[in-house]
Design a protein around this ligand. Structure first.
Ligand SMILES: NC(=O)c1ccc[n+]([C@@H]2O[C@H](COP(=O)([O-])OP(=O)(O)OC[C@H]3O[C@@H](n4cnc5c(N)ncnc54)[C@H](OP(=O)(O)O)[C@@H]3O)[C@@H](O)[C@H]2O)c1
Length: 244
């Protein structure tokens, strides 16, 4: 455990989207350095599985982060805490804008952007002194592919939002992690063979030579929670993907 990690001992960390993938790995990493975690997502079974799997010092809540009143109620129940991590995101909606209706575009923003705004609005008043917020986007904002207009827009929105919140909520620090491709259940909808082909080809093309696991991302969230001199920044954890 590093001196920086020690700063999370006995801290209370709320992870919205903490029952799967990047959020779950961050919860595990935070527990390993002595924090207590509160994991939240919309599916009760997934919440129960995460709480059972994470073990001691873990609490879970089932909340649809699209529902503002439920988000407000969640923070009223949780009370004071130290760090807010937002990594909730529903299944990927890709496709050319010409064939995508605007309701679908709005849906892409619902959990990823408006859910995050609601979480910060209703969660920030409960942050203890020295607390921070770590949000999530994706390198689609920097390196969009065809069919990723809505997702790239949502990712870019999050980056501007993090900077503006860092100014508005100061001295609370607000930062953002921008993942490249990560092996998580987010990709579960792809047929197994297609998914493995995607990971193999993408990994080979990356400077680091492999596709990230969720643990690779968790370090970045812990770093942004513990480094007291960083705010308003986006940390890309993409294996060098934007370079190639
Ligand atoms: N994996 C990647 O390759 C990658 C790359 C770039 C960016 N990202 C972004 O990083 C974030 C995390 O991705 P991940 O890979 O960790 O995905 P994941 O494994 O699918 O986890 C997403 C989490 O969000 C929760 N969630 C979804 N809709 C929700 C809702 N309405 N209310 C509450 N919780 C909700 C899910 O739980 P429930 O289903 O129980 O609600 C789950 O806990 C997403 O925003 C994703 O777009 C991921």
């Amino acid at each position: 455990m590093t001196a920086a990690d020690m700063k999370l001992r006995d801290q209370r960390i709320v992870l919205l989207g903490g029952t799967s993938g990047i959020g779950l790995a961050t919860a595990r990493a935070a527990l390993a350095v002595g924090a207590s975690v509160i994991v939240v997502s919309s599916n009760a079974e997934r919440v129960a599985d995460a709480v059972n799997g994470l073990g001691e010092r873990t609490t879970g809540y089932t909340v649809d982060l699209k529902e503002q009143s439920a988000v407000r109620g969640l923070f009223e129940q949780i009370g004071p805490f130290d760090h807010l991590v937002y990594s909730a995101g529903d299944s990927l909606q890709t496709g050319a804008l010409a064939g995508m209706d605007l309701d679908t575009v709005r849906q892409v923003f619902d959990v990823r952007v408006f859910g995050a705004i609601a979480a910060v609005k209703h969660g920030a008043p409960y942050l203890r002194p020295g607390g921070s917020v770590v949000l999530t986007s994706g390198v689609a904002s920097l390196r969009p592919q065809r069919g990723w207009v809505a997702l790239a827009g949502a990712c870019s929105a999050m980056e501007g939002l993090a900077r503006a919140l860092a100014v508005e909520l100061a001295p609370v620090r607000v930062n953002l992690v921008s993942p490249g491709l990560v092996r998580t259940p987010l990709w579960a909808n792809l047929p197994d063979a297609d998914r493995e082909a995607l990971f193999a080809a993408s990994g080979e093309a990356l400077p680091v030579g492999y596709v990230a696991g969720a643990d690779d991302l968790a370090h970045a969230y812990l770093y942004l929670m513990t480094n007291r001199y960083i705010t308003g920044q986006t940390v890309a954890v993409d294996g060098g993907g934007v370079l190639v």
